[in-house]
Design a protein around this ligand. Structure first.
Ligand code: SF4
Length: 348
């Protein structure tokens, strides 16, 4: 039986996931179901199931959203043709792309416009990689970090830029960065890597956990890229590391000889799942927080949703002659609502 759980801080929801979950919660509260969401809003089975119960239909082809329906696009970022098709057919279209993914989309377009060949380091078939490369498919080539640069061929004489999926493992990024810098001495890459703050912080926390844990449990779903990266970081740090969706996924054999269990969660995993994992482990000496940094990033709701809600609020207040100048509305109060609160409304 485990004596202690070392709990990583930060873990779980990042600012992009917070924003996307709250935005979709607003959508299901404001519109009659179904609300259509292009791709899973975030890659987490519990979150997706909660929204399905609340009336969201997840689609992988934007044409599956009936004309005139409310449509949301996921946090991972969508191809430009998907964004315009959604805007054309939806009554209200809200793009919940994370601003840090949007930054990479801008970089892809900018470097392609300047004539660069682009190495985009990411995972084949992941929604974020697919959406980013679609910004300039003629210029950007996907390079899997596990394969490295073997598959990349630059046009003779072309300048080369190196960009990345935001959720890569740090060591995966550094591996490709090292070989690309060696191969292309004039390589362009963003001054601060495309790996987002949440990815980096959660991976640094694992390195700290690994110093004192016998085994590591990472809460998150199979198709969550940053969750999988956390498992690989744990294994690279030399401790047995396992991904689980929740307590039901724990194999008792993993904990057989484990005195101290490290616990963390991917950026799309609800903290309720983490708490039930700790309850299932039931450490005799309790839980100790291992904090590497304090996160206070906040991303406001998507502009289309803010505008829609402000218009709605003005209509209601105007209609009932109850406008109170200076009074805050739901958009202004959003910063004080967490995605965990939003999921509680949905019954997670
Ligand atoms: S993991 Fe990073 S890029 Fe992805 S949604 Fe969260 S903050 Fe944005």
């Amino acid at each position: 039986m485990a004596t202690k759980v070392l709990l990583a801080e930060p873990r779980g929801f990042c600012a992009g996931v917070e924003m996307a979950i709250k935005a979709l919660t607003w959508m299901v509260q404001v519109f009659e179901p179904p609300v259509y969401c292009y791709h899973e809003i975030v890659h987490n089975a519990a979150v997706v199931t909660a929204f399905e119960h609340a009336g969201v239909v997840f689609i992988n082809d934007i044409n599956d959203a009936p004309e005139g329906s409310p449509v949301m696009l996921s946090a991972h970022g969508s191809a430009p043709e998907v964004v315009s098709a959604a805007a054309a057919r939806a009554a209200v279209m809200v793009d919940a792309v994370c601003p840090l993914v949007t930054k990479v989309h801008h970089e892809v377009r900018r470097m392609a416009d300047q004539g660069y060949d682009i190495i985009y380091v990411g995972h084949e078939g992941h929604d974020e990689a697919t959406g980013a490369i679609a910004e300039a498919p003629h210029a950007a080539q996907l390079v899997d970090p596990r394969v490295g640069l073997d598959t990349f061929e630059a046009t003779p004489g072309a300048k080369v830029a190196l960009l990345a999926q935001t959720t890569l493992g740090l060591y995966e990024w550094e591996g490709v960065l090292g070989s690309a810098t060696e191969r292309y001495p004039d390589l362009w890459t963003a001054r601060k890597s495309d790996l987002c703050y949440a990815t980096t912080n959660r991976q640094l926390a694992i390195q700290k956990l690994a110093e004192g844990s016998d085994v590591l449990l990472v809460v998150g779903s199979e198709n969550s890229s940053n969750t999988q990266a956390l498992v690989r970081v744990g294994r690279n740090a030399g401790i047995p590391s396992y991904r689980i969706d929740g307590p039901e996924g724990i194999d008792p054999l993993w904990l057989d000889h484990a005195d101290v269990v490290g616990v963390t969660a991917g950026a799309s995993a609800p903290d309720q799942r983490v708490q039930s994992v700790i309850e299932a482990i039931s450490p005799s000496e309790g839980t100790e927080l291992v904090r590497v940094t304090q996160e206070d990033e906040y991303f406001p709701l998507p502009p289309q949703l803010r505008k829609f809600m402000q218009t709605l609020q003005a209509l209601i207040e105007g209609g009932f002659a109850c406008r109170t100048p200076g009074e805050y509305g739901p958009v202004e109060l959003d910063r004080h609502l967490s995605a965990t609160d939003a999921l509680t409304i949905l019954g997670v």
